[in-house]
Design a protein around this ligand. Structure first.
Ligand SMILES: [Ca+2]
Length: 139
């Protein structure tokens, strides 16, 4: 909304509200969210999914838009966990035990037209590539 030359955004909808809560200020979730298209050919042409880092919960989430009769009810997504860095224990409030993830990247690494997600996994000291299942096409 424009008001006196000031642009403000107000919450329109909540995509997901089941992220864990810690008592420690050193831990938090979620982290970064990015657009994700299963097929590179769809980039910018369809409503994207969202790939979301759970940050300190060690999970990666995929939020897919819910389409009804070809149209999208703004902000409506189904969300599922697509990766877990390590065992998550919300009762353990120690920052050193969190399954923390770093930044992720979405791109088609092998040029087959299907995007992958590259995840920096602090917890296991790894960089992991999440590839869509073979034989399923791009989803
Ligand atoms: Ca690919």
């Amino acid at each position: 909304m424009y008001n006196d030359n000031e642009y403000t955004l107000s919450p329109k909808s909540v995509v997901y509200d089941q992220f864990p809560v810690w008592k420690s200020n050193a831990l938090g979730s979620p982290g970064e969210a990015n657009t994700f298209w299963y097929k590179t050919a769809d980039e910018g042409k369809t409503i994207p999914s969202l790939v979301i880092s759970g940050d300190d919960d060690g999970m990666m989430y995929m939020a897919d838009p819910v389409m009804t009769d070809g149209s999208w009810n703004f902000g409506e997504y189904t969300v599922e966990k697509i990766y877990q860095s390590g065992e998550f224990n919300p009762a353990d409030q120690s920052p050193v035990s969190a399954g923390t993830l770093g930044k992720h990247l979405v791109l088609d690494l092998d040029g087959d037209g299907c995007n992958e997600v590259v995840v920096a996994n602090y917890h296991n000291k790894q960089v992991v590539i999440l590839e869509q299942e073979k034989g399923a096409g791009c989803r």
